[in-house]
Structures are given as C-alpha cells and as structure tokens.
Design a protein around this ligand. Structure first.
Ligand code: ADP
Ligand code: MG
Length: 262
C-alpha cells in the first residue's frame, strides 16, 4: 500500500485540556497516545463510552483543534503543527465534518449553506451553484434548495449538512454522532446515505452509540479512556496492548484520570 492511500495516520497522539500545575492537578488527559491508521475508501465506526475522547479525537482529525503531542498526517501531509489559519485552510479543502447538531447557518438558505465552503475555497459563482444543485440532488433534497434550515426536518437538515461536507470533494468525511438527534427511522435513512457515500469511494469515520451503525461499517475502532482498545481494532491495537486493563466504567475512567494527574 503506497503512502498516498493512507488518509489518517496518527502516532502517539495526545490531548490535554488544562494544565496540571496551573489547575491544581485538574488537567484532563482526553487522549493518551492514539495510534490510528485509516486507508482511503475505508468506512470506520468509532465507538466508546461517553467521555472516552471520541469528540476530542474527531475534532483533531477534522483539523478543528490541534493535539498537545504526537503526530497526525492527513492525506500524506503533517497537520499537527499547523497554525490556526493554515489548519482552517486544510480543513476546508480536505475534510467534510458532520455534527450531531447539524451546525447549519440559520439565516442562509439550504443552497447557500452548501455553497459556503466552495466560496471559501475560491470557486466561482456559477460553478458553486452547479455543484450545490448536484450535491443536493445526490442527498435527495434538491426541492428544498431555497428553504431555510428551520423549515426542514432533522433528517433533511442532516442531509444538507452532508451535502455541505461534500462540497469541496474532501479526502475525509467525519461524522460525530450524526444520527444522535434523529428518531431511529430517520437515523437509519441518514445512515444509509453514509453507506452510499462509502460505496462511491469516500473515506468515512463515524462516531456512534448505535450498534447497527457500527455493524454497517467495515471496521470498528473502540476508544476507552483516551486510548484505542486493543480488542476493538486488531491493526491499530498492537501498540496499546497491555496499556488498558479490564472494561472501564465511568468511575474507573475518573480514577484513571486522577492517577494520571497525580
Ligand atoms: P466523548 O466524545 O467520547 O464523549 P469527549 O472527547 O467529548 O468524549 O471528552 C473526553 C474528555 O475530555 C472528557 O473528560 C471531557 O470532559 C474532556 N473535555 C472535552 N473537551 C474539553 C474542553 N474543551 N475542556 C476541558 N475538558 C474537555
Ligand atoms: Mg462526543
């Protein structure tokens, strides 16, 4: 496998919120050394208990935040040491991010929401229009192009968010609990959409609590207390074997954090 077919490669990735010295030992070690490799075209489900570091990892993978330590290469380019402006540019170009809460601009039409990343990327007006129409067609809500987000159902809003995420032809699609705010039927429909995107060759990493979502993916990566759990992922688990013991509940997570901070 050549390097260009690796989309995500992290080594010993860490994220600490706060500072043990300044905050009296209350720093949160959200990620404690994540080794994760995702190849082009994979569909990976990221699972783990609440507070285990899923959203923190997704934010770093999506170039919304920087790690405290370790390395991250996105589509063959180191991004862990980029400044805010550079990081924002890489994000707009390479990543499509889908949030549980949709994060659409409320005062902008559906079409405008989808066009915005293309505007930032410098695409001309005509091309933006053409591509937005095509994407809205692809996610099945072309007829809502002129509506405002508030006029749409949750499932429709999430489809707009998916179209927006696809706007600049990203190397990576990230979705943090994209069906979390939807009823189960609508959630399944949105999920099927991710299945289609994967079938079209997109690389998808999706956070979920829903076991049916995790089974739809080709690979399941489990994160516990800021580390990838060996049992959850044979390929990436190697480096962390022995570092995580028995299954962790929330209490154990807290205890471990106190240990780490001590
Ligand atoms: P998950 O998405 O798996 O529920 P998160 O990544 O949101 O977990 O959180 C992991 C840990 O990091 C939690 O203990 C959370 O409280 C903490 N955390 C997340 N974001 C911040 C932040 N901005 N400041 C301080 N602590 C944070
Ligand atoms: Mg989360």
């Amino acid at each position: 496998m050549s390097n260009s077919s690796i989309i995500i490669e992290t080594r010993r990735l860490t994220k600490v919120f706060g500072n043990d010295r300044k905050d009296g030992g209350n720093a949160v070690h959200a990620l404690r050394g994540i080794d994760l490799t995702v190849a082009a075209g994979e569909f990976v489900a990221l699972v783990g208990p609440s507070g285990s570091g899923k959203s923190t990892l997704m934010a770093i993978l999506g170039c919304l935040d920087s790690p405290t330590g370790g390395t991250y290469s996105l589509a063959g380019r180191r991004v862990d040491d980029l400044s805010g402006g550079e990081l924002a540019r890489v994000r707009n170009e390479k990543v499509g991010f889908i949030f549980q809460s949709y994060n659409l601009l409320p005062r902008a039409s559906v079409r405008r929401n989808v066009e915005l990343p293309m505007l930032y990327a410098g695409l001309g007006r005509r091309e933006r229009r053409r591509r937005a129409s095509e994407l809205l067609e692809q996610v099945g809500i072309a007829e809502k192009a002129d509506a405002l987000p508030a006029q749409l159902s949750g499932g429709q809003r999430q489809r707009v968010a998916v179209a927006r995420a696809l706007a600049n032809g990203p190397a990576l699609l990230l979705a943090d609990e994209p069906t979390g705010a939807l009823d189960s039927h609508t959630g399944q429909e949105v999920l099927a959409l991710f299945g289609e995107l994967h079938a079209r060759g997109n690389t998808v990493l999706l956070v979920t609590h829903d076991p049916s979502v995790a089974s739809l993916a080709e690979r399941r990566v489990e994160i516990r207390d800021g580390l990838i759990h060996p049992a959850g992922d044979a390929r990436d688990g190697q480096a962390t074997v022995g570092s995580v013991g028995s299954p962790l509940g929330e209490t154990d997570v807290t205890l471990r954090r106190e240990e780490a901070a001590a």
